[in-house]
Design a protein around this ligand. Structure first.
Ligand SMILES: NC(=O)c1ccc[n+]([C@@H]2O[C@H](COP(=O)([O-])OP(=O)(O)OC[C@H]3O[C@@H](n4cnc5c(N)ncnc54)[C@H](OP(=O)(O)O)[C@@H]3O)[C@@H](O)[C@H]2O)c1
Length: 328
């Protein structure tokens, strides 16, 4: 396993983060423990989760956090992990966001954090994420809430997820002028193949864009992208019968663009040339950027996980990156 750095912290997370969405949900406890064990044995110490995973399903609340909590307790390995989770998500109705129901008051953040500490069965979270933003709320207030929890020892560092780059820059500027703490990492949707934002049901998700790339390049803030493998799309496009058009299927309709078709062709060509899988090209593309990128890989089984971890061995040069992006 390779390890990464997060600027401004002493954390040493594995260079790939295991997506925790399926834990205790689409994967039962036994399968979840097996996946977590395999990741840990491979040197993985960084598992993404959230208070809200997977509350859109019937059954136990915060089941992903609780599964990780039970696993850490059973294995006695908390001190070898970078424990992380997210709170301050909007209200949900089933799996749909309730428009305008942002939850970043001091009360909401504290409520979610206390619940996560219990579910994970820990005293302190190493890296705590705000799952969403509330642009109507001043960054000063939000940072103040988080800094108070750092002081109390509930969290060590904090990051933001689905915050626009301009809001992150505003928070960084406020922190510089006022000597407060600030976000050490940013979690956004980012992969070689990107969906069309205007077709996405969840309007609160933030996708990596030119402003985000500029912000990360200039500040050196770590990027920890989700849907980093574009849900396996480019691999599936090659694996599927040539007669079947997976891009026009319901599951991938937001990704149905000419650019993604072109990127698939280029990734396939580069994969043949370099002798590595298409999915490894997809992950190598992310980690070859000039700032720390730790992809969250949504692997459902050990075979996928091992395949994704192997991608950490590859780096693409700037001409390969330009070729994948623009075909030049
Ligand atoms: N911060 C946020 O708002 C946010 C939002 C969404 C997700 N997340 C986090 O990100 C995690 C992952 O999200 P995601 O599921 O969208 O990520 P993803 O890694 O882009 O997609 C996961 C899918 O990719 C395929 N896959 C996995 N490993 C593969 C491999 N080695 N080769 C080929 N295909 C592979 C599998 O599809 P098949 O099973 O169909 O083969 C898998 O279900 C979540 O569990 C959660 O922790 C965070």
């Amino acid at each position: 396993m390779k390890y990464a750095t997060i600027k401004g912290t002493d954390l040493k997370p594995s260079a790939i983060c295991l997506g925790g969405g399926p834990l205790g949900a689409t994967l039962g406890q036994e399968e979840s423990f097996a996946l977590l064990d395999a990741f840990y044995e491979a040197g993985g110490n960084f598992i993404d989760t959230a208070k809200i995973y997977s509350d859109w399903r019937p059954g136990e609340r915060s089941v992903s956090e609780k599964t990780i909590g039970r696993w850490m307790k059973a294995r006695g390995n908390r001190n070898n992990l970078v424990v992380t989770t997210k709170g301050a998500h909007t209200e949900m109705q089933g799996n749909k966001i309730i428009r305008g129901s942002m939850r970043l008051s001091e009360k909401d953040i504290t409520y979610d954090l206390e619940s996560s500490l219990q579910s994970l069965q820990v005293n302190c979270i190493d890296l705590y994420w705000l799952h969403r933003d509330d642009e109507k709320r001043p960054v000063s207030e939000i940072l103040g809430t988080l800094d108070a929890h750092v002081k109390k020892g509930h969290i060590r560092y904090y990051g933001c997820s689905n915050w626009k780059p301009e809001r992150i820059l505003e928070a960084l500027a406020f922190s510089r002028v006022n000597g407060t703490g600030c976000f050490v990492a940013n979690q956004m949707m980012w992969s070689l193949a990107m969906p069309q934002k205007e077709l996405m049901e969840d309007y609160t998700l933030v996708l990596m864009d030119s402003g985000g790339l500029k912000m990360h390049t200039e500040t050196g803030m770590a990027a920890i992208p989700y849907s980093s493998q574009a849900k396996g799309l480019l691999t599936k496009m090659s694996d599927t019968d040539k007669g079947t058009d997976i891009l026009s299927s319901k599951a991938f309709k937001t990704y149905d663009t000419d650019l993604n078709r072109q990127k698939h062709g280029r990734a396939e060509k580069l994969s043949d040339e370099l002798g590595i899988s298409i999915n490894q090209i997809v992950l190598a593309y992310l980690i070859s950027h000039p700032f720390s990128v730790i992809p969250i890989a949504g692997c459902k089984n050990v075979i996928q996980m091992n395949e994704s971890i192997k991608a950490l061995e590859f780096r693409l040069d700037s001409s390969a990156i330009a070729y994948l992006e623009k075909g030049t």
